[in-house]
Design a protein around this ligand. Structure first.
Ligand code: PLP
Length: 466
């Protein structure tokens, strides 16, 4: 096949994806709305994608760019001359490394735990799972969805190796009271997860939440979110090199090169790093201030529009560029149907299931590209709510619900899963469903562990070699 034909095929495949540009996909993607930023990122990516960050002495360009990016992030997030850090592949890797470094700095603790508000990103649960650390989940305020400092402090004990808070949380976009939490921690490591807000909050004058808060020991920030860089780049910062030491790994215990790793990866493409380095230099402080303002103004306008819509209400007080909204009690329509209706109108909004005090809701990640189309979004949201009301509530087939209720996540078999797919009329070669309300309603009836199992079976079915 010629290169030209292969690229044609790739373009056709990509045409079936959600759009990554234009502000119509309000999760997963981040659009500055500036095409030259994307072109620069792609060009820089291509220049360095074959270079390997595994050995900084062999590729000093990558070392230089990493130190530059860490320095820029540290200055933005209240760092000092002592602040150090690493460029990672994404927010999950940054959060996992913060947990790993905290665990390994405390070999004296036999059963280490981390204290998380219930709104902390699932990346910390993944870290706990991978690294054999116990999660101590602390309920957040049921109205503001912000962490409660006294409750966080009360959850800390001798086994605590790390306390986490969000700036802001992904689910609701609210800022945890970081100075108050920090003040109550007596020398315990404190990680601020600014993966999604780190490149926005400082430009909006919000905070303090970074190293300018005494007691904060590490901060994560994703450049592939609001720094509008191509995917695959995040920064994990530590207040000093001593805190970072236990994050590093070396092995001389084999006949090959002595493996020295700063992150979970070993071979590391220079592509995402160079792309981020180039984009950050090009956009600059003033550019990011404008992008943050544009995204925030869009979020404020969308929030006001949602609050004015009959039957919808915003959760908490989202101060940044993320929003979550739910249906008011007795509004008489299904939220997941609203998401489907929006999809038919060309918008992707992200369903989030109920969890503890947080009701089922729809999440919006608002970016600079949303500035200017707020009214169109709100008009379509209003029309979607009307359509959802006309469609009436989603009723889960009682037989299917009964079947699901009887499933045990620990022993679920592939046959039972196939039976469920058939019962929910999802089997066969129909491809991925576009209307999800019925499936979401069914999943919402399943307790968390069962929902995890069902979706993992689904994932396994999706990923079959072709
Ligand atoms: C996105 C996000 C993460 C995880 O980042 P990935 O890049 O998706 O791995 C962690 N924490 C918060 C607050 C996030 O928004």
């Amino acid at each position: 096949m010629t290169a030209e034909d292969v690229l044609k095929e790739l373009r056709e495949l990509r045409a079936g994806d959600l759009p990554t540009h234009g502000g119509r996909t309000l999760a997963y993607v981040y659009d500055s709305g500036l095409s030259e930023v994307d072109e620069l990122g792609a060009a820089a990516h291509a220049l360095a994608s074959s270079a390997n960050g595994l050995d900084p002495t062999a590729f000093p360009s990558l070392l230089r760019m990493e130190n530059d990016l860490v320095g820029t992030a540290a200055r933005l997030l209240g760092g000092t001359a002592d602040t150090v850090g690493s460029v990672t592949s994404g927010g999950t890797e940054s959060c996992m490394l913060a947990v790993l470094a905290a665990r390994d700095a405390r070999p004296d603790v036999s059963s280490p735990s981390i204290v998380l508000p219930t709104t902390a990103h699932a990346a910390f649960h993944k870290a706990a799972h991978f690294f054999g650390v116990r999660v101590v989940s602390v309920p957040v305020d049921p109205v503001s969805f912000r962490a409660v400092p006294e409750a966080m402090a009360a959850a800390v004990d001798d086994s605590t190796v790390l306390v986490v808070a969000s700036a802001p949380s992904y689910a609701h976009g609210v800022l945890d009271p970081i100075p108050e939490i920090a003040a109550s921690l007596d020398g315990v490591r404190f990680h601020v997860d600014a993966c999604i807000g780190g490149w926005v909050l400082p430009y909006l004058g919000l905070g303090p939440f970074g190293f300018d808060v005494p007691g904060v020991t590490s901060v994560s920030v994703d450049l592939h979110k609001y720094a509008y860089c191509p995917k695959g780049v995040s920064v994990l910062l530590h207040a000093d090199a001593g805190l970072r030491r236990s994050q590093y790994f070396a092995s001389a215990d084999w006949p090959g090169y002595t493996m020295l790793n700063t992150t979970l990866q070993s071979t590391r493409s220079g592509g995402p790093l160079a792309a981020a380095w180039a984009v950050v230099r090009h956009v600059g402080e003033e550019g990011y201030r404008e992008l943050a303002s544009a995204a925030r103004e869009a979020a404020v306008e969308i929030r006001a529009g949602i609050e004015a819509l009959d039957g919808l209400r915003i959760l908490g007080d989202p101060v940044s560029t993320l929003l979550a909204f739910t249906v008011a009690d007795g509004a008489g329509f299904d939220l997941f149907t609203v998401a489907d209706e929006m999809r038919e109108r060309g918008w992707y909004v992200q369903p989030q299931f109920a969890h503890e005090s947080s009701p089922a809701n729809l999440h919006l990640t608002v970016t600079a590209a949303n500035r200017g189309s707020e009214k169109e979004f709100l008009a379509d949201l209003g029309a979607s709510a009307v359509a959802a009301r006309e469609a009436g509530p989603v009723v889960v087939d009682p037989q299917v619900a009964e079947f699901v209720a009887a499933l045990d996540p620990a022993t679920l078999t592939p046959e039972q899963f196939a039976g469920l797919l058939a019962a929910a009329a999802l089997g066969g070669d129909a491809g991925l469903p576009t209307r999800m309300a019925e499936i979401n309603a069914l999943l919402a009836t399943a307790p968390g562990p069962l929902r995890e199992r069902l979706l993992l079976e689904f994932l396994g079915a999706l990923y079959t070699a072709s």
